[in-house]
Design a protein around this ligand. Sequence first.
Ligand code: ATP
Ligand code: MG
Length: 501
Amino acid sequence: MITKIPKQVIEVLQKIEEQNFEAYIVGGCVRDLIMDKIPNDWDVTTNATPEKIQEIFPDNFYENNFGTVGVKVEKFTEGEGEHDVVEVTTYRIESKYSDKRRPDEVAFAKTLQEDLSRRDFTMNALALRITHNVERETQIKKRSTVHDPRFEIVDLYDGQKDIEQKIIRTVGNAEERFDEDALRMMRAIRFHSQLGFAIEEKTLQAIKKFAGHMQHISQERIKDELVKIILSDNPAEGIEMLHETGLLQFVIPELESGVGIAQNRHHIHTIYKHCVLALQFCPSKKMEVRLASLLHDIAKPQTKRGEGEFATFYNHDHVGARVARKILQRLRFSNEIIEKVSMLVDNHMFYYNPEEVGESSVRRLIQKVGLENMKDLIDVRIADRLGSGTPKAKPYKLRHLEYMIDKLSQDAVSVKMLKINGRDLMQDLGMTPGPKIGAILDVLLSEVIEDAAKNEKEFLLTRAKELDQEDLQKLREMAKEKIEEKKEEDDKEIRDKHWVK
Ligand code: ATP
Ligand code: MG
């Protein structure tokens, strides 16, 4: 186990101890070491003040006032991540919580014991100290045993036992701890879905009792935990538990509207259940694809018309894109993520049937969605299918679509990909710079999307000459008409073949 600690981290500990302060690796990283997992980040705790820490490590950054100094170290890679910072925090106690969010002030503590007592769960209240001459010994890859003379684990709350028995339990009284900081409840559920540990009974009861306190928690903090649930191996478990404990109302209340709402003859699950299962079965590990899988049918409750086998959900994709955007904005996701997820939700109903859909339709889909997003869109579709209880993840149709995308990936779907550009029009046809050039290129593109063989320089120039006879207004209409007309055809196909039947 100890051989898993990077030498950069050990050096930080040693440098602090050389100055006669205490230094421990602490929190989630000790838990991960014990579980033989690769820690996400490395946290060190010490009785040195932030000022002292900065003196010991001149290459640091200290921006907040929570007593945490980021110490720059030589870059090291671990798991999938690269690190060049070790966070060193002065022992703390969190004294007052008048608003259930964050301590009103950070009070430094004198002892490790005090620092451990403020931590959320027993498994996270562990500290590890290196006992002697590690540098030499870590080079020898030795057996890993917990009774290792090279380090000492401080475990005041039986955290190791809880790790062994896979139990999430608060340090001290659960109700008090959740009353201090309501986010801890969501963290319990996050660890449940990440680690597969059970939440101890009193802890679970306290979550149900204090669920309403989540309203005091900032959206940013909620988002961070939600992302960890979504990216865990068992995200459905996490969402279900949020729902059962009453926390989901403060995270994504929109999901609750689908609870108990039946769909139609194409679905065996309720809307809510289907959303959660789609997330669970999402084949992608990307956050945005998982979010889109969870949210793809978010607007089904409000677009449902009729009851029973023949209920319909017209437009739920487009309305859903707007709802998803609102949810993600509220949760303070980045614009990039918001755009991507709402685009995936918006397009998740794309129609594809090899016998009926021609190459031009596929090119239009690629044009709309972007070639770089096609795989993610197909992953959302697979999630959707698997979440419906359909046996085959990737039926012939989707595999065929992948083949088509591959085949058509070189075809022009944007003006940039045409074999001529504005300069050619000016040089060869003597056109003057102006909006007409753009309009002609747009018409040419719409024709090339219809028939990729037309993307030849000679042909396009001849056609451009013809188009140059038309006035700007007319050209714009031509480009628009082509696109609209085709879009309608595609949409009609979706409605007719896939959706209502
Ligand atoms: P991860 O693997 O996601 O990094 P972690 O357990 O390290 O999980 P962090 O959010 O990095 O979690 O926090 C580091 C440590 O700080 C925790 O292990 C815990 O001891 C303490 N901690 C974090 N958030 C809280 C909180 N809200 N209340 C009490 N202690 C907390
Ligand atoms: Mg951590």
